[in-house]
Design a protein around this ligand. Structure first.
Ligand code: THU
Length: 131
């Protein structure tokens, strides 16, 4: 599974996005260490705070199916049917990814032309881990 394969799957996932409010369709493809891929899209709600992002949808789908070992995730965001820029995970998704993903996990972004790969350490400095 190349990064471009994973990006392609993220694009496909974005087609199922339910985003009547933002009209921003996000897709995520999460690659497990055993090669299984789980897809996610954003699912919006009229009560905006109830919205679930694509990344969390993918992670939660993997967890409910018994998968907890992940190696990378590709994320794309489409507006007007086009990918116009990189879509890095929001703060809540970063915290959720951090719960399950170690330093070797990669976040692959695509702006329609170029890819950008981020590490967990880059997206979660000084993260909340103890209480
Ligand atoms: N969104 C995601 O799905 N993932 C992100 O990391 C950023 C934001 C969604 C949430 C909402 O449905 C729309 O994009 C606009 O914020």
């Amino acid at each position: 599974m190349t990064d471009y394969d994973l990006i392609e799957l993220a694009k496909q996932a974005s087609e199922n996005s339910y985003s009547p409010y933002s009209k921003f369709k996000v897709g995520a493809a999460l690659l497990c260490r055993d090669g299984t891929v789980f897809l996610g899209c954003n699912v919006e709600n009229v009560s905006f705070g109830a919205t679930n992002c694509a990344e969390r949808t993918a992670i939660f789908s993997a967890i409910i199916n018994g998968h907890r070992e992940f190696s990378k995730i590709a994320v794309v965001g489409m507006s007007d049917g086009k990918i116009k820029d990189f879509t890095p995970p929001c703060g809540i998704c970063r915290q959720v990814l951090k719960e399950f993903c170690g330093s070797d996990f990669s976040i692959i972004l695509f702006d329609g032309k170029n890819t950008k790969t981020l590490t967990m350490d880059e997206i979660t400095p000084n993260w909340f881990s103890e209480f």
